[in-house]
Design a protein around this ligand. Structure first.
Ligand code: BGC
Length: 909
């Protein structure tokens, strides 16, 4: 048995973190079955080689915790690398060898350690007009043998840091996006190998980014401030024990750069004729450059990078270059992607490359850009005329599948273009596959929606003039996101911003970071992100710290609602987005001024009344808060919120059910929310499920749900004995359905069920994104129900998994794999003639309750042996649903005779 894959705060060898009590995780590796850790030992050392005099030795800790083991040693020093190693004991009385050491490195830790200044070019600028991006530089001398060198840097706006002519590392769009005036992340760069003896130079490019560039659909500018700036502190440690510190201060020089414009939404204009060769290297003549001045920015808002950085994750090549009927030249990347195009070009000095990025072709096969609204998404590059030139932009990203080539000198060849896909560099941990190719494409589209909308904050869309951290979208998609990528550092950071931006009265802004008007807050189903997101992270990763950190925020959201609700129970006040984009309201309802949008015809809010949705979500969030109080052992609050939850449920029933159990609101979403949030009395459940199924059947097996109903629709059906109807909806290919858009050639998930209507026309261009992840929330059902991988709230993070595949939808096989914090957990089933084969992997140090659907003990074999003949499965019983077995860790293959399985019509208890 070995210990492998050591992590610190979910990351492998993180450099520059300021968590004072870091947590460690590791994976047990063994060929045996039933391996459980019984104890662990962690050693921490400031010297990797020996661990001879450990800085901290945990002693043998009798515990089965292998994912969030806390550091318990002396106070950590700033800017210090700590190595750690782990050894464990298991239930077979094995003692592992020591693991390979891993490390983490602390950041600056104390605000007073910053001696650098925030500096900006000294020239006065008119911040209302576009201006070229500034460049700043500084030379410094290195004398001695370097042991290590680190840069700690951040900025207001976006910055690119360069050392001796090269980018400091591969992080992009630094410092990311936080609620800048309250929390500003700094990055740490290991530049040991980038420095040389003698003269060195540091260069910085600055862009407007989210800080002061265009943000939102009302074209705000300078949202956080008017001046971009940089803060940089370089610590060089020499082998003789001395240290040199180079900081940003008034000795730096500034100039303008060849980047004439760079905006998140609009793209970039770059004039390569203005390049200053060697500006970021030593011995450059900067006598013509101007000075810099200090900006007064508090240092106590600085936090070390919390999220994983944005990086270039993959490259794709165009699938074709073609001419449209209207005569436009278009590059097709074959995939709706987010990032930019790297291109090569040769041409005369002053000639241009102009590229406009967009998502879809119109009905006639011509370029369609109206849905981008005011986002220009255009890259303009002016050639210097020096042979082959290669370009990539700096402070922008585009959402696109197609690129209209407006200008390009010379012959166009796909070889000269490469799509650079960027997103937050999360570990890709999930895989889902099945025998229905359209569903596999849907999974592909969900994954690409995740990639393109996880650029430091969870955004609604990546292409139009919006790209904001919409809370509602994030809460509906978070569970699916957690199945596909490790999103914990990503969401932990975003939730801290949510908490920072939350109103004093507990209201939650529509978008986080909060960049809209003051009164744009607290829509039901949106503000509930404050409770649903931390709870989901807890379920998926067993992370209690996130609950502890967010507890006050969760509680104050519930208290906010209580303050708004009639008698503290029925929430019937305020503006709400309702069941956003549902199909059951009449077209023609106006969006109105409250959104700051032009009034346009169209149905946005769905037909489910606001007080119904708001009270249902109020009950749900209060219920989750009550469950959180239990985890955190807050017994007084547990009593308060359990009681409040019961009272809301009672009031909901009185308000929305007749005494004989008819639900007064008859939309699909109403049935779904009432069932999903346990608002239906047990005796009325069947009636409510039947009414939902009838509604679906009356719609010819189609959904009509919007953002809030759609994610739960199939769950409600499968939890209440109707997986058959859930599958019918899932594999439906006519409009409206998940597969309608797939059949229409979508490569990401659309914002609207009818983004492109069956006749080829578009939904109104005022809000029609083709890369919105909200409806991708069905991914959760595919992992959790089709393949059957679920968590157990009592032992979250898959410490005890609940595996219950529910075959259906004429699928011959389905397989899901998830790299949990304990290791890979897998559930795969396939039907071969009259036999069911189920392959399972249960990671070590975990157990699972498995339901083998439709199995009978008498015909059940595991690895070719009848299970009745072994004592390996003592806890195994037959139920109406099949055989339920409690499994220990290991790899298993079960086979049994299988008739197409129709579960008993039982409602969730
Ligand atoms: C966004 C949504 C968001 C909504 C609010 C839209 O503009 O794209 O996804 O949740 O506004 O209803």
């Amino acid at each position: 048995m070995n210990v492998k894959e050591l992590r610190c705060e979910y990351k492998k060898n993180p450099v520059g973190i300021d968590v004072l009590i870091p947590r460690f995780g590791w994976i047990l590796d063994s060929d045996l079955r039933n391996v459980m850790q019984t104890a662990y030992l962690i050693q921490v050392s400031k010297d990797d080689a020996g661990f001879t005099y450990p800085f901290w030795d945990s002693g043998r800790v009798n515990s089965d915790n292998s994912v969030h083991a806390e550091y318990g040693g002396p106070v950590l020093l700033p800017r210090t690398r700590y190595y750690f190693r782990v050894k464990v004991w298991d239930n077979h009385r094995f003692e592992s060898e020591w693991s390979e050491p891993a490390f983490w490195e602390t950041g600056i830790l104390n605000a007073w350690e910053w001696s650098a200044w925030f500096i900006t070019p000294e020239v006065e600028i008119d911040s209302s007009k576009p201006a070229p991006c500034p460049a700043l530089r500084k030379e410094f001398n290195v004398a001695g043998e370097i042991k290590s060198a680190r840069v700690y840097a951040t900025g207001l706006g976006l910055y690119e840091l360069r050392i001796n002519g090269e980018k400091a590392d591969d992080q992009l769009l630094t410092p990311g996006w936080t609620s800048y005036n309250k929390r500003l992340q700094y990055q740490t760069y290991d530049v040991t190998l980038k420095l040389k003896n003698g003269n060195n130079a540091v260069g910085v490019l600055l862009g407007d980014g989210w800080y002061k560039g265009n943000l939102g659909w009302v074209h705000q500018k300078n949202v956080y401030g008017t001046r971009v700036c940089i803060l940089m502190q370089l610590h060089i440690k020499y082998t003789d024990g001395t240290e040199q510190v180079v900081v940003s201060d008034n000795t730096w020089k500034s100039s303008t750069s060849p980047i004439l414009m760079s905006e998140i939404y609009h793209g970039e204009i770059y004039d390569s004729r203005l390049e200053m060769s060697g500006w970021d290297e030593a011995n450059f003549d900067d006598s013509g450059w101007g000075g810099v001045k200090e900006l007064d920015v508090p240092k106590n808002i600085l936090v070390a990078q919390e999220n994983v950085p944005i990086r270039k994750i993959e490259e794709i090549k165009p699938v074709s270059i073609f001419k449209t009927p209207a005569g436009e030249t278009v590059i097709d990347m074959g995939q709706n992607m987010v990032g930019w195009l790297r291109f090569r070009v040769s041409g005369p000095e002053g000639s241009k490359v102009v590229l406009k990025h967009f998502e879809v072709m119109n009905k006639e096969g011509n370029v369609y850009t109206e849905n981008l609204r005011s986002a220009r998404q255009t890259m303009e590059y002016i050639l210097k005329g020096a042979g082959e030139e290669t370009f990539e932009p700096h402070f922008t990203f585009q959402g696109f599948r197609y690129v209209k080539v407006e200008e390009y000198p010379g012959e166009l060849s796909p070889d000269n273009f490469t799509g650079i896909v960027l997103h937050s560099d999360m570990d890709h941990i999930g895989r889902f596959e099945c025998s229905n190719e359209l569903l596999n494409k849907l999974q592909h589209n969900i994954l690409w929606g995740l990639k393109g909308n996880f650029i430091d904050v969870p955004t609604d869309c990546p292409q139009r003039d919006e790209r904001l951290g919409w809370t509602g979208d994030a809460q509906v998609f978070i569970r699916t996101a957690c199945f596909n990528m490790n999103t914990v550092p990503f969401f932990e950071k975003w939730l801290r911003d949510l908490k920072a931006d939350q109103l004093k009265n507990g209201g939650v802004p529509w978008v986080i970071p909060h960049v809209l008007n003051e009164d744009h807050h607290s829509s039901s189903g949106w503000g509930d992100a404050a409770v649903i997101c931390p709870w989901t992270i807890y379920l998926c990763c067993g992370d209690e710290r996130v609950l502890r950190e967010q507890y006050d925020s969760m509680k104050s959201w519930v208290e906010y609602i209580r303050g708004q609700a009639e008698n503290g129970l029925i929430w019937n006040t305020g503006f709400h987005f309702g069941d956003w984009l549902a199909l059951d309201a009449k077209e023609g309802i106006r969006v109105g001024d409250s959104l700051g949008l032009d009034e346009k015809e169209g149905n946005y809010f769905g037909a489910t009344p606001n007080d119904f949705i708001s009270t249902a979500f109020y009950a749900y969030s209060t219920g989750l808060l009550a469950r959180t109080t239990k985890v955190l052992k807050k017994s007084e609050d547990e009593k308060t919120y359990s009681r409040l939850h019961d009272d809301i449920v009672k009031a909901f029933r009185e308000e929305f059910f007749t005494i004989t159990g008819r639900l007064a609101v008859t939309t699909q979403t109403a049935y779904v929310l009432a069932l999903m949030f346990d608002l239906v009395e047990k005796k009325h459940r069947k009636r409510t499920v039947d009414a939902l199924v009838k509604n679906i059947e009356e719609n010819n097996l189609h959904l009509t749900t919007g953002f809030l109903g759609a994610p739960y629709l199939c769950h409600v059906l499968s939890q209440n004995g109707r997986p058959d109807t859930a599958y019918k909806l899932l594999i439906q290919t006519d409009y409206p359905s998940w597969l309608y858009q797939v059949a229409k050639g979508a490569t990401t998930v659309w914002e609207h069920w009818d983004g492109i209507k069956p006749d080829g026309s578009f939904w109104s261009p005022d809000m029609n994104s083709f890369n919105h992840y909200a409806y991708g929330a069905i991914g959760d059902w595919m992992y959790r129900v089709v393949a059957g991988l679920d968590t157990d709230e009592e032992k979250p993070g898959y410490k005890h998994a609940v595996i219950k595949p529910q075959p259906g939808g004429q699928l011959q096989f389905a397989c899901a794999e998830l790299k949990s914090m304990y290791g890979v957990i897998k559930s795969a089933w396939r039907i071969e003639a009259d036999t069911m084969v189920i392959n399972l992997t249960i990671p070590h140090n975990t157990t699972a309750a498995v339901t083998l659907p439709g199995a009978k003990i008498e015909s059940l074999m595991e690895n070719d042996s009848p299970i009745g003949s072994t004592d390996l499965f003592p806890r195994c019983r037959e139920t109406g649903e099949g055989v339920v077995i409690e499994l220990f860790s290991g790899v298993y293959t079960f086979t049994y005779k299988f008739k197409i399985f129709i579960p008993q019509q039982s409602c969730k208890q």
